[in-house]
Design a protein around this ligand. Structure first.
Ligand SMILES: [Zn+2]
Length: 371
């Protein structure tokens, strides 16, 4: 009982431990249960006890690993998951449970910082995370660090080759079509507009940019043709742009796809790019998050560089469509993709929180560099 009270004191739900399970303790337990979505009864049953036990762990206080059959649970796991997500590693929902997906994200992080990718979070991994941890604190110093990150790695986009692939195209392959009064919106045209805007922004950032097609190709292009074009150019990155469509107007949101079988075999760099693109778009636009998904589509399978396909909302959703046809909104999406591409070239240690890159600042920094 003293233990319960001391945990509650540590969580600042109780001001002092008492000798007995008094009313103040019971209220603190209720407040705790409410905050964790546990049935609120003021009693410490097994579920509440497990949550209380997990709540006392601060990140770094113990080694975290994927334990079978009972997973490690705790606030330290949640803190780790949130940090991984923030850095573009897909640890799944921050549910405070150290499952296989969290272990996989930790391994991916370890690989990027040059540690043995064993998927467990011990002192070395914690040290690498702690170096990054300082960046996650808000306020002025963080902005200065971000500016420093721009200064140091901003120009590394220069000379990199990126292929942008507007989906569909031409009279025979318009993609999703939605009539709108006298107008007719097509996926192919909007995808090209997105690609065109993105091309301008990436060129300004110093990248070599190629589009797989013009505004209206004479005949439909196959996935194979698009992929081999990117391969022959020796592209560093490949981003395919589509819109989605469904019979139900209720379907909406953005989703990003990378190469993978869904059963573990995955392009880790492609997955990271997918995560960054997805998170930047969702955070900056507030569109529904339809998550990232591993697919073995030809386009993703045949391209020999990190490749993603983004479905930038549903043309068939009145809510998404209203935004998609607004050029200012398309510019916002393009800015999000640009930020994601930029983050791909930050060393993991210099990465910044999602939604924090001001691409205008980046452009100014590059302009002053090249002047
Ligand atoms: Zn499409």
């Amino acid at each position: 009982m003293e233990e319960i009270q001391s945990i509650l004191v540590g969580l600042e739900l109780l001001s002092a431990a008492a000798d007995t399970f008094d009313e103040a303790t019971e209220n603190a337990v209720r407040a705790f249960q409410q905050s964790r979505g546990i049935g609120v009864d003021g009693l410490v049953g097994p579920e509440t006890w497990q949550a209380l036990d997990g709540a006392r762990w601060k990140l770094g206080a113990r080694t975290l690993y994927h334990s079978v059959p009972t997973s490690l649970v705790g606030e330290d796991v949640r803190a780790l998951q949130e940090r991984l997500l923030e850095m573009g590693f897909d640890s799944g929902r921050a549910d405070a449970i150290y499952g296989p997906r969290t272990a996989r994200a930790v391994a991916q992080f370890q690989r990027e910082v040059g540690l043995t990718p064993d998927g467990s979070c011990g002192p070395q991994t914690m040290k690498a995370l702690r170096r990054l941890g300082r960046k996650v604190v808000g306020g002025r110093p963080q902005w200065l660090r971000e500016a420093e990150a721009f200064r140091q790695s901003g120009s590394s986009l220069v000379g990199k080759t990126i292929v942008i692939d507007p989906g569909h195209g031409g009279a025979e392959d318009p993609g999703v079509i939605v009539p709108d009064g006298p107008l007719r919106w097509t996926e192919a045209d909007l995808a090209f507009d997105f690609a065109n805007r993105l091309e301008g922004r990436l060129l300004a950032a110093g990248m070599r940019v190629h589009l797989t097609r013009g505004p209206s190709p004479a005949r439909p292009m196959t996935s194979q043709e698009r992929a081999s074009l990117a391969n022959s150019l020796g592209a560093d990155l490949f981003i395919s742009l589509h819109l989605d469509g469904q019979e139900s107007p209720a379907a909406d949101g953005v989703a990003t796809y990378h190469y993978g079988t869904g059963s573990g075999l995955t392009s880790t760099v492609g997955e990271r790019l997918a995560n960054l693109v997805q998170r930047e778009i969702v955070v900056r636009t507030g569109m529904r998050d339809c998550r990232i998904h591993a697919k073995t589509w030809e386009l993703l399978r045949l391209t020999r560089m990190p490749a993603v396909r983004v479905d930038l909302g549903y043309l068939t959703s009145p809510a998404d469509r209203e935004r998609l046809i607004d050029p200012a909104f398309r510019e916002q999406v393009v800015e999000a993709i640009l930020a994601a591409v930029q983050r791909m070239y930050f060393p993991v240690e210099a990465d910044v929180p999602t939604g924090s890159i001001d691409v205008r600042q980046l452009r100014l920094a590059l302009a002053s560099r090249n002047a």
